[in-house]
Design a protein around this ligand. Structure first.
Ligand code: SAH
Length: 431
């Protein structure tokens, strides 16, 4: 799924900063002693935070079973259109998230705590590690938490507005090894800044850049507008399918790099490109799919609503010396309608909309542009099924559906579909 949600946090409630006792047990262990057989065995979750956090609905399910369940769900929804192929799972499904966020607060005695918001609340659950998150990122967060006292840096208190540090965001370029640490503060004045940076780099020399992001607003956004590099260039690069992409603190980038490559490669395999195509990349984000496809087609036209993402996309094309791609900042539906109205024709459409899916007008415009193939990448099988039904009315049939597990341990289902135009040949061949 494109994890394209803005960095936000839920509505405010009184913070609970109690340090909870973390159970030491791991795995499918039972709390019950053998001599208490009459009490039904109670399973202890693999993750001590799972109940409060709520992010991983499948945390205690064996991985194969998770994939089976998700497959059944997507098959049920896509039943009218096609047989869904095998789920592409991960060999090592833990610690896949290369973007990690921790909220900082303190307990009643002023001891710094870091963790996550309890599902749907503003309550902070102190967390030391997460089965989904990159372990290096979690270690850096723990180090920062450990350094705060000696540097006399107070964590921000939402109730009275005192303190400095609000959040830490870590982004890891899995394929380049580059690491960005974003310290979100309420003020631009960071005491002993240079010494703090030095001490953090001493503990984690693998960090390639540290950025201060100032967020002095009472909004639900994690990141504020002002940004200042404290060390390094203020961004990182990562590589995907042999291309290089710039990741700034606010850039959208898929969170599971291993599966992203698989997803994009399966989209390109399905496309069976000949090199002569005019391709559209709709809902293009920072340009990833279009840039990766560009060397295999004649021309790519990309459309994306978010201005910053389009800026990043233009830069990404430059970094990769891709010249046959044009980026448009526009609503995808409006853009497609304009293209269809002007009588343009395209050969293939890649579309990767947000969870809500696309629109009937977008799909109508696609049919008027009459591409031979549509590659639909979806992070929500519900909106995908709805949209496939609209495509079916426009004579596009689903030839393949490949689900790729981008979010192990969660309910998230990402699917890549190939649709082809089944319109009969409109030319009358006279013999
Ligand atoms: N294809 C990209 C991004 C997919 S996320 C990738 O794989 O990285 C979905 C994207 O759709 C986001 O970048 C979001 O900003 C964009 N988007 C959302 N609504 C849109 C709209 N109405 N028109 C165009 N783009 C839109």
């Amino acid at each position: 799924m494109p994890d394209n949600k803005k960095e936000t946090y839920p509505k405010r409630k009184k913070a609970n900063t109690d340090m909870r006792k973390i159970p030491k047990k791991e795995g499918w262990e039972t709390k019950n002693k053998d001599d208490r057989k009459d009490t039904p065995a109670k399973k202890v979750s693999r993750c001590p935070y799972s109940k409060k956090c709520g992010a991983c609905q499948m945390i205690d399910m064996p991985y194969n079973k998770q994939l089976k369940k998700k497959h059944a769900r997507v098959q049920e929804l896509l039943e009218p259109f096609t047989r869904v192929e095998a789920f592409v799972g991960m060999d090592e499904p833990e610690h896949y998230r290369c973007k990690v966020h921790a909220v900082f607060t303190h307990d009643k005695k002023g001891n710094p705590l870091s963790g996550i918001y309890r599902e749907g609340t503003h309550e902070v659950v102190p967390v030391d590690g997460c089965l989904l998150e990159d372990e290096k990122a979690d270690a850096i967060i723990a180090s920062i938490r450990g350094m705060l006292k000696s540097f006399k840096i107070k964590t921000y208190d939402e109730d009275n507005g005192y303190g400095l540090l609000r959040h830490v965001l870590i982004r890891i370029g899995k394929n380049t090894g580059e690491i960005m640490v974003v310290l979100v503060t309420v003020s631009p004045i960071f005491p002993s800044k240079n010494n703090f940076v030095k001490a953090l780099l001493k503990e984690h020399p693998e960090i390639t850049t540290i950025v201060m992001n100032v967020n002095d607003k009472q909004t639900s956004m994690i990141l504020g507008d002002k940004e200042k590099p404290m060390y390094g260039p203020g961004f990182i690069y990562d590589e995907c399918c042999g291309m290089r992409f710039k990741i700034s603190p606010k850039s959208f980038y898929q969170v599971n790099p291993v599966q992203t490559e698989i997803l994009y490669n399966s989209a390109l395999d399905m496309a069976e490109l000949s090199g002569d195509e005019v391709a559209l990349d709709c809902y293009s984000g920072v340009g990833t799919i279009g840039i990766i496809a560009a060397r295999r087609v004649k021309e790519v036209i990309s459309v994306e609503l978010n201005k910053d993402a389009v800026k990043d996309a233009i830069l990404n094309a430059k970094i990769n010396e891709i010249k046959n791609i044009t980026f448009y900042q526009n609503d995808a539906t409006a853009f497609m309608q304009q293209m269809a109205d002007s009588g343009d024709k395209v050969d293939i459409v890649f579309m990767d909309p947000p969870r809500s899916g696309s629109t009937p007008e977008f799909i109508d415009s696609v049919s008027r542009l009459s591409p031979e193939k549509v590659i639909y990448i979806s992070c929500s099988p519900d909106s995908l099924a709805r949209d496939l039904a609209l495509f079916a009315k426009k004579d596009y049939e689903v030839k393949r559906a490949v689900p790729v597990d981008m979010f192990p341990f969660t309910r998230g289902i990402e699917t890549c579909c190939l649709l082809t135009n089944r319109k009969p040949d409109t030319y009358v061949h006279l013999t």
